[in-house]
Design a protein around this ligand. Structure first.
Ligand code: ZN
Length: 300
């Protein structure tokens, strides 16, 4: 039996943003910048580097301007998150052209996270997508709680698809569709992603899994079979979401790269250099790294 799988996969490294924003102690700007440089050296070509969020919400990201300035690079898609108009202005003021916005499918999640209903958030963001496209920006839309919500439980597939469709119609270049609390199972991953890849074939479809319940790799394999060839991962598995209780553990870049390369799928990322990048940030982290690949190499 042969399974139809992509020959190459794009890894979108989210450690410096999604990962570090969940770390409780402030990580010095120089250490963040070095981490980003090391990840580029390891072969990362697309990366979320920081978030132009209010420093009152997430003090860890208060150096977004400096990190963005350090990270901008013609060879690497340097993505910054901007949750609202104020964030967009800061991002544009820092010459960022690759901008991520985010919205949850779940109403309760949006209310707790961004203090808006899903409808309010959507109505604020859709015109922003159009404006950013007119300015020549690359727009990534992060769709969180696409499968389950920490407050509402199961999310209807149809609701996720409808929200995605509205952002596609507004001109978004990419949808990063997230299992924010790591509750999706592989059949759900396959079902949603096969619909998204066939409905929105002109849009980049990225899968974002958390390994909270140990199912991220299985979900990624299911998404690969559904035609997805782009995955958000976090070096060292650092991170989670400060507004989603129980959402620990982005899937680790090294575990995903290891699995894909073993399957003969190219990622362009060199594991030994990725390991070095993780070693550089480890002394600044309050918690140990627990990814399978990293743990194995440490014992060796
Ligand atoms: Zn995440």
């Amino acid at each position: 039996m042969t399974i139809d799988l992509p020959k190459t996969v794009t890894i979108i490294e989210v450690g410096p943003r999604d990962g570090l924003q969940n770390v409780s102690v402030f990580i010095p700007t120089d250490a963040k910048n070095q981490f980003i440089t090391d990840l580029k050296i390891a072969g990362v070509k697309e990366m979320e580097v920081s978030s132009f969020v209010s420093p009152k919400w997430i003090p860890q990201m208060r150096d977004a301007e400096e990190v963005a300035l350090h990270s901008l690079d013609n060879q690497v898609r340097t993505i910054v998150l901007a949750p609202n108009r104020a964030g967009i202005e800061r991002a544009l003021g820092s010459n960022c052209k690759d901008i991520a916005i985010f919205i949850g499918v779940s109403n309760s999640f949006n209310q707790k996270n961004i203090n808006r209903t899903t409808t309010q958030a959507r109505e604020e963001l859709l015109p922003i997508v159009k404006e950013l496209k007119e300015l020549g920006c690359f727009v990534r839309t992060c769709i969180s709680t696409a499968f389950y919500c920490p407050f509402e439980g199961h999310i209807n597939e149809e609701d996720t698809i409808q929200l995605c469709q509205q952002f596609v119609q507004a001109g978004a270049d990419e949808l990063s569709v997230a299992d924010t609390i790591g509750m999706a199972a592989p059949h759900e991953s396959y079902s949603l992603f096969s619909k998204l890849t066939s409905l929105f074939s002109e849009t980049l479809i990225t899968a974002h899994f958390h390994d909270t319940r140990g199912m991220a790799l299985a979900n990624i394999f299911a998404a690969l079979q559904a035609g997805v060839s782009r995955f958000d991962t976090s070096a060292g598995g650092i991170g989670g979401c400060p507004f989603a209780p129980g959402a620990s553990g982005n899937v680790a870049t090294e575990d995903v790269v290891y699995m894909l390369e073993r399957m003969g799928i190219q990622t362009g990322i060199q594991l030994p250099l990725l390991f070095q990048a993780i070693e550089g940030i480890v002394p600044h982290l309050p918690k140990p790294i627990t990814s399978s690949y990293y743990t194995l190499l440490q014992k060796a």
